[in-house]
Design a binder for this molecule. Structure first.
Ligand code: ZN
Length: 376
């Protein structure tokens, strides 16, 4: 195995969403600044992001949709017809530099991460994981579905058993629907139940795929307030179910950080200790994979969590304290909390105290039901 690679760029600084959008915040560029300040990123471990080619984008997306995105980006305006047909230029999926240029860079970085993985590196693209986009329309802040592109790229390279794991607090509807009838791809997601969370119409337990023979799709829709113990329990049970049915040759892991307790767009209560432990559990069970970012709307929580992921990949000891320079980096972020909770701990130490607790009966029952359903 070769070394770790962080596929990233400071170019994302100017490729932001509109000022009223949850993704207006700095994420990848902030992670870079933070890692540098913490002296956790060596130059040789950094890979500058490259844009995806049209050919790579076509691995999942339709020509007309790509044409529309490019045209709208070049002309800086959008007609009612294009807005309705492609779900772009809306409050959810606004016209901004992130729409085309940012998405193409993030998707290209995911392809780079796959290529680096195939060369033997441990590669992480924090800008990736835009799991809601559909082949011909934007959805849930996502324009280009880079995880789906990664999966099709791997198929093109001859892989016949690809596992996709999604830890984001939201269900990966674009990826699931893209491979729902494909028995070479197993999609496994733990997320907030669609009964109360986006995308509302996907992510139910009963969606087990339509692959030949068995359905290769596992959804674990979870109740509000999920703690570390529950998340890790579901992950462990879920991995058991997956590996009983499927022998993956390779896996793609989406590491959205919105399951963290600080994130205001989800009702999960994970600590970053739980998030890190989940990452360790997956690597212990499956070895190395291809690592992508995902959702995450609290910039400081996100940067702390992805720093832990990076320390793990780079075999670095997790620093106990955030140093003065790095603290200044996160204090400078223009982000206002939505509540009065004291989160000063985020600026002091890197690793949270675990948020362990009781594993509720409904969580256990859901995992049992999932097992029965997929084995039936
Ligand atoms: Zn999400």
């Amino acid at each position: 195995m070769r070394g770790p690679k962080l596929v990233a760029s400071y170019a994302y600084r100017s490729l932001r969403y509109t000022p009223d959008h949850p993704l207006r915040i700095p994420r990848v560029s902030l992670l870079l600044e933070f890692l540098k300040a913490m002296e956790l990123l060596e130059d040789s471990h950094y890979a500058e992001s490259k844009e995806a080619s049209l050919e790579e984008l076509r691995l999942f997306h339709t020509e007309d949709y790509l044409d529309a995105l490019r045209w709208v980006d070049e002309n800086g305006k959008i007609s009612k017809e294009l807005r309705e047909r492609y779900n772009i230029g809306t409050l959810e999926n606004p016209l901004s530099p992130a729409m085309w240029k940012g998405s193409v860079l993030a998707a290209g970085s995911t392809v780079q991460a796959v290529q680096l993985y195939l060369e033997g590196y441990r590669a992480f693209n924090p800008a990736g994981g835009m799991h809601h986009a559909y082949p011909n329309r934007a959805h849930g802040f996502c324009f280009i579905n880079d995880p789906a592109i990664a999966i099709n790229y791997l198929k093109q390279k001859g892989f016949k058993a690809i596992l996709y794991i999604d830890l984001d607090a939201h269900h990966c509807d674009g990826v699931q629907d893209g491979f729902y009838e494909d028995n070479q791809v197993f999609v496994f997601s733990i997320h907030q139940s669609p009964e109360y969370s986006f995308p509302f119409n996907r992510g139910f337990l009963e969606e087990i795929g339509k692959g030949k023979g068995k359905g290769y799709n596992l959804n674990l829709p979870m109740p509000k307030g999920l703690n570390d113990s529950e998340f890790l329990y579901a992950l462990e049970k879920g991995l058991e179910i997956v590996l009983d049915l499927f022998k993956p040759e390779v896996y793609v892991l989406q590491l959205g950080t919105d399951a963290l307790k600080e994130d205001y767009l989800s009702k999960f209560e994970l600590s970053n200790w739980g998030f890190l432990k989940a990452f360790r559990l997956i690597r212990e069970a499956l070895g190395e994979g291809i690592y992508l970012g995902g959702g995450g709307y609290h910039p400081v929580a996100l940067v702390r969590a992805w720093t832990l992921i990076w320390c793990e990949l780079a075999n670095k000891d997790i620093p106990k304290y955030i140093n003065d320079r790095a603290r200044q980096v996160v204090l400078n972020v223009d982000f206002e909390e939505f509540d009065e909770v004291d989160r000063s701990y985020m600026f002091d130490q890197l690793l949270d105290k675990p948020n362990e607790g009781e594993i509720r009966t409904e969580v256990k029952e859901l995992c049992q039901k999932a097992k029965a359903l997929l084995h039936s």
